[in-house]
Design a protein. Sequence first.
Lengths: 808, 435
Amino acid sequence: MNCLPSLLAALVACATPPLGVDPPVQPDPSTPDPIVEPTVPALPNAALPRLSDAQWRASAQDLLAVPYGGPLPADYVLHGHASVGASSISTGPLDLEQYEAAAWFVADASLATPGAREARMGCRIDPRPEAELPAEDALACLRAWAADLSARAWRRPVEVGELDTLTTLAAGLFETDRGLAARAVAAAVLSSPHFLYRVETGVPDRPDAWRYTDHEVAARLALLLTDRGPDAALRAAAEEGALSDPAQVRAQAERLLESPHARDALGRFWRELFQLDQLFTTAKDPTLFPELDDALRSGMAQELERLMLHLTLDEDADVRSMFTTRTTFVDGPLAALYGLPPVARTTQTEVDAERGGVLGRAALATVFSHPTLTSPTRRGKLIRTRLLCQSVEPPPPGVLASVDALPDGGTLRDRLEQHASATACRSCHDDIDPPGYGMEQLDPIGRLRTLDNGLPIDASGELDGAAFHDLAGLGRAVADHPELPGCLALDLWRHATGQAETDAQLAAVDDLATALTDAGMRWRELLLTLLSSDSFLRLRPGEVSAPAERCDGVDNDGDDEVDEVVRACATEHGPGVEACAAGAWTGCAPVPASTGPLEVCNQQDDDHDGQIDEDLAIALTVSAPDELRAAHEACDVDADPLSGPCQAAIHRQCASSGCAVTGYGPVTDDAAFVCLSGDRAAVVPTTFTTLASHHPDCFWWEAHSPACNAAIHRFCASSGQTTGFGPVEHSGDTAVVVCTPRAEVIETSYTVAATHQPLCNGATDRWRQPCRAAFHDLCRARGALTGHGPLENSGDVAYVACLYGDTP
Amino acid sequence: MTKPLSRRAVLRGLLAGGGVCVALPWLEAMQASAGPGDWPDRFGVWFFGNGIRPDRWIPRGEGTGWTPSDEFVPLADLRDHISPLTGFEMKTATHPHHSGMTGIMTGQHYHQLGTTRDTIVSTFARRSVDQDAAAWFAGQTALPSLEVGVTGFWGTDEGTTFQHLSHNGPNSPNPSETDSVRLFRRLFGGPTSATVTQARRSVLDAVGDQTLALQRRLGAADRARMDQHFTSIRALETRLAAAPAACVPGAEPAPMLDTLATEQIAERNALQSELLALALACDLTRAFSVQFSTCGSGVLFWQVGARDGMHVLCHTEAQPQPTVHAGVVFTMEQLAVFLRTLRDTPEGDGSLLDHSSLLITSELSDGSLHTNTEYPLILAGGGNGRLIQGQHIRSDIRRNTSDAVLTALHGAGITLPEWGVAEGWTNRTIGDLLA
């Protein structure tokens, strides 16, 4: 029996079918085929694919600006593609635990501080020391943000009931902890099945074929090409109904292909096709191949990925050149493996080298071989099954499938040919091994070689009638193989539709293969043709059509309610929420003015007062005790806010947000501290030895003391920087202090200070918390924004530094 | 009083042959009132891939008068706690590896997802036997079940059959955790604060409602997947609602930085066994599975001189396959470590092993021939007095492997009247083993 079934028959034709699998049903030639009305090609079914690992991470980062590096459920590869398995896999308890932990991790990290929350939300939920914020106003802000976040995360309009659920969730936690309420909303959005799965049901616009809704098309396109939900332009196109037009879909796809995210997403298509992830799970004998570390494996994988992106996207070349190209991309370890001149160790350098196209590169040679030996069988299977989409059979049960060692050595090819001469094995191995012999010039980690077991290598072989003599000849034989276009089309079809084809659907794949050939074998054109074809935009009529509700005057989801959707919107005063009635948006209801955004350091007029970044040089900030503890684990702000760890925590907390580079405090009873921007404060590393030269009683073991205040003041003044405070970090002799060159140094007294804070009377306290608050208040009474001190003190006299919003 | 248990101390105890010392307040409290048979029943599967060498596996002598074969030597000191069952046959065998894996775990033929270009793609047709046990014990513990892995090799064939041991149903695997740090954190990395736990429960509640609402908009197949999703949400809600584990383990294990080519298999096996024993002693779960290696595993037993993965070795090493045999012996040594860990963890009047019923098996018999007769089967553990161990049960009539599985279930008090489907169906237990 012929072991080479044509691609489009897609039936196993090699040897006998395995036991327990029904043999293919042969049509009875005596009965004529029924007459079938012409119809659209058979279409994929509605599916519910789960986000891939990469899609989850990219989407979460896109939504909440936090990368997640922890565990997620593993992708499930079926029929060669994780996208196919994604439509089958279920989420068990461990998977769900991982999703939940990941959602909370991202939510916690993204919304950790009041400043971060304001930056994400564009309005405020947290009160400031100087500005109370009523709970209902703050909830309105949170609701507007949740409307935006959920619509982007769920890749569709959000229903008012869904937004109510999120708001109720927040309200229940609001009194306890407003930050936790915001984090819970984000965690709920990321834990939702509408985020974790691509929900699509289609609409019945024709009896024989439904089409995906505009929002569904946008999500399909964006996830496939960029690993994340639709961007603003794609969302707008969906909202306008533009994506019912295949030409517009094609235009959007072309736009997305320019995005750097598309390189990651499509790079993974090639990684999957070549099974490059197996590079990291393929064991090799470390005594034979000590150089094969993770860096080299990674270089191998990146070479092929980069090469395919180069050929298909950058060059838009004839894709068959992948089997003949001399272009390669090597980093240091891979260049060494290839015996090429040295290149930069960790960046990929484009090099011209005769390596026989992708089949001659280390990655495939390594994955498709054994720990100590090459494997013409595995390599032959790669060519037949992965590159040409042919089928080969596994060894049937009960057959001794073993290659006994030849007593006197010989090449692996000699041994395999002996094995293949056994009758039971011949029919398959005669077909599988010969193309693999062409790769015998590569050892188990992809180095070129001329000898195997001390004997010359015979790399000649044959592929479906095309004889070749070496690796380069094998590449040409695969490139010229008539089944190659069909196989490229089929793999992309599976990857993009997330389904394994039925026989009926092969007609559509056939059309794609023809389109590829007609387009001069340009793969990018194949991709764009597929994405604007029925195979991607339409589906087979399903059991249920209940697409997401949208604002169009129609009950889309069949729940007897019309237009029950809301959307996030924006006014000049800040974000808001907008409802829909009778197919039209009813106008933006902005959040209350009290939650309006505060100016943040971004060169923009955040608070819409006509000024940019005003008053930002100095910001009064509040952080919860656990946030300070996160900044420095030894800071217990309730017990001792002046401790070294807390001073460091405040410094770090300021430096990690907004315009600020450092900060000091607390300056109020409710533990608010002051953050300073770079034009108000200079962070200066020094030593206690240096500081002691300015004041002899400033020691590292008593780093926060009037003596060190004086030492730092004199240290900064001596370099023309007026005054300063600190240390904000210290370790051993090393100290980091802050100079405040634009401060105004004033002479005042503890008598005056006590009018602001009674305990700062020169007797009970001279420099601790009550005096910090007193000096802060004292400066504010002079029109400054804050102040620190004492810089020096003697008797009733104290010197204090006041800091102004604008230079006095 | 709760006494922290240092991992190092436990390991030292193990190496010295001493017992694992778990000090648990509830156990002490329980001990006062507990009588024999009051201890929790546990059911577990310990699975290893690629089978055995039948000629060196079958013990000599039957009944209680058996002597260990070459491949049973590592288990010699556990002789009274285990029973080799030989001469059994997998009745649902049709395809190498796939059918044995699904047959032994479900008593049913695999569910074929299609034919890929070089093999079949399969998954389990129904939930696996450990999940039968989990369903029986449902609601009694914080975790419905626990899945632990040891070696890192990931199966080569597509479909879940080659990757996963435990299943909730088709395409619904419960992955085995091979990372000891992650396993430790999952078991003992308790909640941060009551407020946060409450917030997490509120989130799950909202998400659960949304999942049920979504279900109504889906076709039948996806409704079933959402059903599993909802079940998993409920499992986590149950976990969060449960009181925190009453036992305090020692320090988190240090991460192991080995590679697949130099896997520290013995070390990880000892650590995973210990964490599993702790989870059982703390009564975090009563149904579990250990996937020592996957079906058709390519694990590299460099410890016994193997220079190729086990699956490839089975197909390439010349008869009588000394390295394959050494790999099986090595595997049995690791099994022995696991069983000793349970045996040496005291609980009331006996040990964890006395209160467990374990099924130890593989996906075929002879890896070079893919045979399904002389199926590797060991039952272990006292089953809270239900099982009479220490016997070699020999079948001359190729008894159904499902008889062994049903016996193991009954040993854990899971008295299902029947188990398996079609050729794999049985309602018979092995009488000599049940008290």
